[in-house]
Design a protein around this ligand. Structure first.
Ligand code: FAD
Length: 388
């Protein structure tokens, strides 16, 4: 059986690897001319690790972990709002959240397929979804490509989503803009975690390679860029507690990433059309506040491969894709909503709501420490589907 996967992000790669491991002939069509993810970090959550376990590489990613200690949520002046104990997460979910560079996780995945599955520098332009009697067809800037199944994993601005669901409004601006940095870890003691204040959030995640992945997010009008993004970050976060000013000052201005955050606020009616499946950000782009976008993309990818992998003809593909939609579409939409709600909580600009939030979180942390873990349950306790 032949599959074409469009997009070599975390979603496309996990689907491609899963199908390849089940004997499919896989081609990955990628617009970029090289396989190099943006230079930033990624938190791989226990659900993402379980997805990677199904491909045999969960442990390779677990080994990328830098710290197993506690993390904090603090105010900009350093006062602690809440703490999370990594050990408690491991006890409850079997794994910690693994911070890593995107490229290190990507390298683990790309090593699982031969280099010649990738067709780099080829942009998808549209798709014909196919039917029981006709294979789906991908339209690209290098011609038409046919397969038994096509996987649309082409990210938040998906061309294929527009072709499959022309009536869908697409991704909408969340109101939040975000900066990401990978910087040498500054000397001095600090805990990883997030800092919340005045509608802004700053995240600090030390990595195993001596660098720290940091991110800042704030409210902004869409489409604004700054001639000096590093200076803009210092303007917004430069008076926050250590190590934030040191992290921003240590950044190479050329490598500061700045993106407006878009989300699929209106859920797609299905995660397939004909013999084309859609996954990852293309299907359910979400704000980064839950740290789940890539984890959900990997859940999608391995679920799709597990369900469709055994199919032997177009009829079996059709019933596997119906099951894929049934398993994934509600979960994807739920994660978009949860992420949005989390963003509204962490980036609230209302002083009274913020004060209530901080008080509530510190009380919950002291009186019902289990509650925060229980809230994570529906997100990270996911298990891959059993075979057909
Ligand atoms: C600030 C920030 C922080 C984040 N932090 C986390 C985190 O800690 N944990 C987490 O799980 N998620 C996080 N995310 C979300 C995560 O980055 C995305 O959800 C994830 O990368 C989506 O993967 P994907 O494979 O669906 O899409 P993408 O990674 O966007 O991959 C899509 C691929 O398709 C290719 N492509 C696009 N169009 C075409 C075309 N027409 N033809 C061919 N190829 C095409 C692109 O070049 C790209 O390689 C964060 C996001 C942001 C913005």
């Amino acid at each position: 059986m032949e599959a074409i996967v469009v997009g070599a992000g975390f979603g496309g790669l996990t689907a491609a690897v899963g199908l390849f491991q089940r004997g499919w002939d896989v081609t990955v069509v990628e617009r970029a001319t090289e396989l190099r993810p943006v230079g930033s970090g990624l938190a791989v959550a226990p659900n993402g690790l379980r997805a990677l376990d199904t491909l045999g590489v969960g442990d390779a990613v677990r080994k990328l972990a830098a710290f197993q200690g506690d993390a904090t949520v603090t105010r900009p002046d350093g006062r602690v709002i809440a703490r999370t104990a990594s050990k408690a997460i491991v006890r409850r979910f079997g794994d910690a959240v693994i911070p890593a560079t995107r490229s290190s996780v990507m390298d683990v995945l790309t090593a699982l397929v031969p280099a010649d599955v990738f067709r780099l520098g080829v942009a998808a332009q549209g798709v014909e979804a196919g039917s029981a009697s006709q294979r789906p067809c991908l339209l690209t800037d290098s011609g038409r490509l046919e397969a038994d199944m096509i996987v649309a994993a082409d990210g938040v601005n998906s061309v294929l989503r527009r072709a499959l669901f022309p009536e869908h409004p697409g991704a909408v601006y969340s109101g939040i803009t975000a900066w990401r940095l990978l910087v040498p870890t500054p000397a001095g003691d600090f805990l990883p975690g997030e800092v919340w204040g005045g509608g802004r959030v700053f995240g600090i995640t030390p990595l195993a390679d001596g660098r720290t992945y940091a991110y800042g997010a704030d409210h902004a009008e869409p489409g604004i860029t700054y001639p000096d993004e590093k200076a803009e970050l210092l303007r917004r976060f430069g008076d926050w507690h250590f190590p934030i000013p040191a992290l921003i000052s240590g950044a190479d201005p050329e490598t500061v990433l700045h993106n407006d955050i878009y989300e699929i606020a209106e859920a797609l009616p299905a995660y397939h059309r004909g013999s084309v499946a859609i996954l990852g950000d293309a299907a359910h782009a979400m704000t980064p506040h839950l740290g789940q976008g890539a984890n959900q993309a990997m859940e999608d990818g391995v679920t799709l491969a597990a369900l469709v992998g055994p199919a032997k003809d177009s009829e079996e593909i059709a019933s596997a894709l119906a099951r894929y939609t049934a398993l994934r579409a509600l979960r994807g939409a739920d994660m978009v909503r949860r992420s949005h709600r989390m963003g509204a909580l962490t980036q609230s600009t209302s002083r009274s709501k913020t004060a209530l939030r901080n008080l509530g979180m510190s009380l919950v942390g002291r009186l019902v420490p289990d509650l925060a873990l229980r809230a994570m349950e529906p997100v990270v306790a996911w298990r891959p589907p059993e075979g057909p």
